[in-house]
Design a protein around this ligand. Structure first.
Ligand code: CP
Ligand code: NVA
Length: 305
């Protein structure tokens, strides 16, 4: 059984197939008469709505579940919640703090598990990101994406997806927030190399896309004051976009902390493509589910589960 916990759960060919299905005007209705349980330990605007609509567009019925309601590892173990939801749903999506939670769900191999963001990875976001870049730039091989900020869940998944499609991946962030050896090894195992730069101005020079994300992710709020100080100088503002060059576009997974990692002028300015990127969350999710519940499942689409 296939799951999507991180982008490198897909081969390069499968990643390309998911992106093709994302733009298929009549994708296979692999969820006809079936359900998807969507469990959230953290808030969401884009992920919840894009997933719910993708499920509906594939003929299915999404059920939004707050983690506090099912009590992951408090009212019931993660395993028992997974067993229960698998009685009703063809697949389960989960947005969690600990990446190990989605790993525990997937280890049961009852239904395909989709990571809707963990502290370790945000693969659905990365699928939308590469879909957006492909629409903007065409073939991504040889193109460059430069991530400025925290080497977090969004960076890891983006680095994998962009690299697997042949992009040059650059990174600039302050000491203590750079990719770890574990990150570098995993990215290298997918055949991708991240080029690290000391200064953001150097990193973005000549890039096709500048990408940033919040300095303080969900669950890190207590570190917010320290992070604001540590990341000073890494804001994507008009000055940094000028250093990137005329053709550089801006992507941001959103929500944006305006005035922190990105200025109002840039996120609302002519280089910004953050709204098509947000819309693509739904198309990418639909492509992923069409593949996961269709071709990857041997195209078995009958039954409730
Ligand atoms: N980009 C993203 O995952 O947004 P939400 O947190 O609103 O789902
Ligand atoms: N890195 C951010 C992404 C939000 C979509 C977080 O984990 O909060």
């Amino acid at each position: 059984m296939r799951h999507l916990l991180e982008v490198d759960d897909l081969t390069r060919a499968e990643l390309a197939r998911v992106l093709d299905l994302a733009v298929d005007p009549s994708p296979p209705r692999v969820l006809e008469g079936r359900g998807m349980g969507l469990v959230f330990e953290k808030p969401s605007a884009r992920t919840r709505n894009s997933m719910e609509m993708a499920v509906v567009q594939l003929g299915g019925h999404p059920v939004y579940i707050q983690a506090s309601e099912v009590g992951l590892d408090t009212r019931e173990s993660v395993e028992d919640v997974t067993r229960t939801l698998a009685c009703y749903h063809a697949t389960i999506g989960a947005r969690v703090f600990a990446h190990s939670t989605v790993e525990r769900m997937a280890a049961m191999d009852l239904v395909p598990i989709v990571n809707m963001l963990s502290d370790g990875a945000h693969p659905l976001q990365a699928l939308a990101d590469v879909l957006t870049m492909r629409q903007l730039l065409g073939d991504l091989a040889g193109r460059t994406v430069t991530y400025v900020g925290d080497a977090n869940n969004v960076f890891r998944s983006l680095g994998l997806a962009a690299g697997m499609l042949g992009m040059e991946v650059r990174f600039a962030g302050p000491p203590g927030y750079r990719p770890t050896a574990v990150d570098a090894d995993r990215i290298a195992a997918a055949g991708v190399e991240v080029h690290e730069f000391e200064r953001p101005e150097e990193a973005v020079d000549g890039t096709d896309v500048v990408y940033t994300d919040v300095w303080t992710s969900m669950g890190q709020e207590e570190e917010s004051a320290k992070r604001l100080q540590d990341f000073e100088g890494y804001r994507v503002d008009e000055r940094l976009m000028a250093a990137a060059g005329d053709r550089a576009l801006l992507l941001h997974c959103l929500p944006a902390h305006r005035g922190e990692e990105v200025s109002d002028g840039v996120v609302d300015g002519p280089a910004s493509r953050v709204w098509p990127q947000a819309e693509n969350r739904m198309h990418a999710a639909r492509g992923l589910l069409a593949w996961l519940l269709g071709e990857a499942a041997g195209a078995e689409t009958g039954g409730a589960t």
